[in-house]
Ligand binder design. Sequence first.
Ligand SMILES: Cc1cc2nc3c(=O)[nH]c(=O)nc-3n(C[C@H](O)[C@H](O)[C@H](O)COP(=O)(O)OP(=O)(O)OC[C@H]3O[C@@H](n4cnc5c(N)ncnc54)[C@H](O)[C@@H]3O)c2cc1C
Length: 375
Amino acid sequence: MNMFRGMRSALIVGAGVAGLTAAAALARRGWRVEIIEAGRDRATTGWGLCLTGPSLRALHALGLADACLAEGYGMSVITHVNVDGAVTDQVELPRLIGARRPAMAGIARPELHRILFEEAERCGVVVHHGVTVTSIAPQGDLVDVRLSDGTERRVAVLVGADGIRSSVRDLLGFEAPVDYLGQMVWRALVPRPDWATGIHQFAGTVHTAGLVPISGSRAYVFLTENGVPPNALPDTELASRLAELLTVFPGRVEELRPLVSACDSVVRRPVKTTFLTGAWHRGNCVVIGDAAHAPAPQMASGAALAIEDGLVLAEELECHSTVERGVAAFVARRAPRCRSLVQTSVRISGLEQAQRHGEAYPLVSACHRQMAAPA
Ligand SMILES: Cc1cc2nc3c(=O)[nH]c(=O)nc-3n(C[C@H](O)[C@H](O)[C@H](O)COP(=O)(O)OP(=O)(O)OC[C@H]3O[C@@H](n4cnc5c(N)ncnc54)[C@H](O)[C@@H]3O)c2cc1C
């Protein structure tokens, strides 16, 4: 019997992938959960992402994998194409939720967000938009939290799931350097070509490009631009600039260029990483998701780690006699896996920038195999 069973209340800061998953996992175990989200509404940015095997496995544990597969596009193969446009290899990824389901899924971010949001609300989670945290004060076995709307909460656990620029991390005094890796990542939403039934990755002489289906009708083109400062470009120039960067790629990328030129919204983001080498928790407070460990997107696994965090946190809180022991056990269980993934993603980014694709691809495959081990 947990000592804190009578006061199982959680406040989660951030309604992203980590926060919504943790909220649903805790609420299913009988916790009273509130989320505060700085954004004023549910809108989420970004075109799409890839849910790798570990993501799908964690979503399956929440009963949500099939909904994601239905809204997204299931696939199992990554095709690597060299600088001349020839296929060098095809990597089949492990199917972690059974042989009849695909190894991974591409999905539009707003669809994933909607599925997680609806599940959290179905479980009774209350979400307050346009609100953030202003102070955190541990009070014995509880935590007092002041919010930007002038209200206060006294809860058994405070979870910082507020992303790579986490305020909770700062308020708890944890130092996490956020590193820019010298790459900008482009994404453009295009109609899915018939041949795109899996992920394609195209090695370039300077940059790297690819295509990920996210539904029967849509896919996103990505390009990783090397050796540039993390500066902003005017939105109106993004589509033409991306199409220009794609001109050096032969073969199937030539088909994608006109689709990109016609695309009315393209996003360009800096590749940044962080990893909390010290504590992730203080007393009954803990940070999860990108707030604790943000890998580079090359492994397409940041959301996987965030979703796993939510599940594992709920499991560890359930099987320890105090919240403090539960969060400590959570961090001990998660840190080695997350550190390894972040470090590997940084190495892959370096190999990509050095045009050493032949070394990067085996590293990606080995890391996917490693991530197939249970969370
Ligand atoms: C270009 C790019 C491509 C990627 N592609 C993939 C991919 O294909 N597959 C994959 O698995 N991962 C991918 N990732 C990584 C993935 O997006 C992140 O790891 C994941 O979104 C982390 O989830 P999170 O909930 O921890 O943080 P976030 O998604 O950043 O959510 C944090 C939430 O907290 C809110 N917030 C922030 N500050 C506060 C505050 N002070 N108070 C209250 N709320 C606050 C934010 O508004 C947001 O809603 C990619 C990342 C990038 C940059």
